[in-house]
Design a protein around this ligand. Structure first.
Ligand code: FES
Length: 123
């Protein structure tokens, strides 16, 4: 059902947790399943220098969140905002059709975290 990359991302705990010194936090929920994802970003000079996530979500939500974090760490804020759920799914060699909606959480949470950062750091 799941690709090897999904299974690997699902079991990788390195991106899980609260980022104490985050300066942008985004939380989103999926209305259909009730799952929740929170993404923490630490942004310096337009670069995402660190990021972590916490979720009450399914395996696909965990795998896509972890992969999204890997994809945006060390990259610009603009790159992170341009990342779509399709990009994340492609990176994972696909998801079962009924789990595609889970990948949207990561895209939305990143956008919210950047919005949070910008609301605090722009006059
Ligand atoms: Fe809720 Fe996957 S079933 S995020």
């Amino acid at each position: 059902m799941y690709s090897d990359k999904v299974m690997k991302a699902f079991t990788d705990q390195s991106n899980v947790g609260e980022l104490e010194d985050a300066n942008g936090i985004g939380q989103v929920g999926n209305a259909s399943c009730g799952d929740i994802l929170r993404i923490y970003l630490k942004i310096e000079n337009g670069i995402i220098v660190d990021a972590k996530f916490q979720t009450f979500g399914c395996a696909a939500a965990i795998a896509t969140s972890s992969t999204a974090i890997d994809m945006i760490k060390g990259k610009t804020v603009e790159y992170a905002l341009s990342l779509t759920n399709s990009d994340i799914v492609t990176e994972l060699d696909g998801l079962p059709p009924q789990k595609i909606h889970c990948s949207v959480l990561a895209e939305e949470a990143i956008a919210k975290a950047v919005e949070d950062y910008r609301s605090k750091h722009q006059a």
